[in-house]
Write a protein that binds this ligand. Sequence first.
Ligand SMILES: Nc1nc2c(ncn2[C@@H]2O[C@H](COP(=O)(O)OP(=O)(O)O)[C@@H](O)[C@H]2O)c(=O)[nH]1
Ligand SMILES: [Mg+2]
Length: 479
Amino acid sequence: MDRDNIFNNIDDLPAEQLFEYIIQGIVTLPELRQTGQLDASKRRVIEKLLKDREKEEEEFWEQCIENNTISAFSDYIEKYPNGIFKLEAKNKISHLEDDNAWNNAQDQNTILSFTQYLGMYPNGKFTLEAKNKIKELEENGFEIGEIKKNPKEFPADKIRYYLSNGQLSKEDLLQKNIPEEVIHKLLKNESTPDFVLGSTPASIPDGFTEVYFWGIRGSGKTTALSAVLSTANKNGLLEIAQGPGYNYMLQLQNLFYDKISTLPAGTPSDKTQYLPFILKKSNERNARSVSLIELSGEIFQCFLYKNASKPLPTKQHEETFNTLIKYLNGPNRKMHFFFVDYDRGNDADQDSYRQSHYLNAAATFFNDSQYNIFGKSTDAIYIVLTKSDLMPQSEFTKREQVKEYLNSSNYLGFVNSLRDKCKKHSINGGRILGLPFSLGTVYFEEICDFNSETAENIIDILMRRIDPKGNSILDVFNK
Ligand SMILES: Nc1nc2c(ncn2[C@@H]2O[C@H](COP(=O)(O)OP(=O)(O)O)[C@@H](O)[C@H]2O)c(=O)[nH]1
Ligand SMILES: [Mg+2]
């Protein structure tokens, strides 16, 4: 029945019928009333029916909200095509469809699946995420390609991640000559224990040679020391004193116990450490007593401040600096090893200083006559270029490469300044000696196939340049 028919027959049509036309959206109650034909009792019946229906619809809607599914909202629209919540229901459906499409895309987690999602929902709830995912997957795709070419140079966490999601396989690694034991170690994902550092003593006992390890943070002092101590220990040359750095020395000595070992993830706190030990061949009567001082990397920051005549930034810096000056002014014979980090190169750090800035600051400071750093008590100065395993393959020997590297403009000022000191005080016959140093082959910045060769060189230097004596530093500490 059309509208006109209805309006012409209001009197004959029962209330239930008129109610039906209203809910079908053909006419409205106010329109019926306007004709003046709708009597009051019929009107009340229709109003009651409408009210009941509204209540029923609201209850149905609440149930839909509770179920929160596409089918529930579709049922609502079917049942109440002109319902109060029609728009809301349509909205809910499109959101839920968007969620489903997104979940599907995520389940597949491919560039294709996220692109398809974007095709369906160019302005969807997850458009930004989908774009980011595509970018990430594209980058991963690029990265995994690079990793497969040269896995050794990528960090262990990355390799483990791609192994776990199947983008990289053990065979890929074996094919690139990563040894089976190294892969095994990688998968074990061991962490090295934190170092137990000793307190820094106020003074160093007289009568024994002092060996200084200098280098900015991360230059490889601790691991080099560890290589030296563990190699000397394996060769039966080492006895450590029960002095302030005893626990630290024990840890260092054990780091390279296995040929394939996990490297420490850098030394978190680097307070100056004092490590007393002796080196002695089994057939020797006398021993070489070594007071090894691993200087805090902070000392190089101190030099920057001192050169600029600025007060040191923290109490800790002041302590580091004052301790060093006090040690250096003592009467003991001294040897100095300066560590230059090949891996760090000359990139700026977060304070925008480069390794060459720090080393040059040291050189400038060494020229300060007030402190007279390398005076008569210095026997030898070496520059150790650490992480030399990372140097490119070359027809030249490692030593020749080191010489060339140190003569490059970045470090020339520093090297020349040390050379001047050597000439002035007749140290090393006026020459400056550069040594390569490496732990062996380092995989994934974390696992080391230890090679003692360069550590042996340092031990050899200490054995040759320190005189064995009847009294020993063990007498001072191991009472
Ligand atoms: N590739 C390579 N990495 C090294 C070598 N020696 C040290 N490293 C890494 O360099 C980082 C810093 O070494 P560390 O000895 O703690 O430096 P420190 O702050 O001077 O004591 C560590 O993460 C080591 O794994 C090496 O010979 N080769
Ligand atoms: Mg360290």
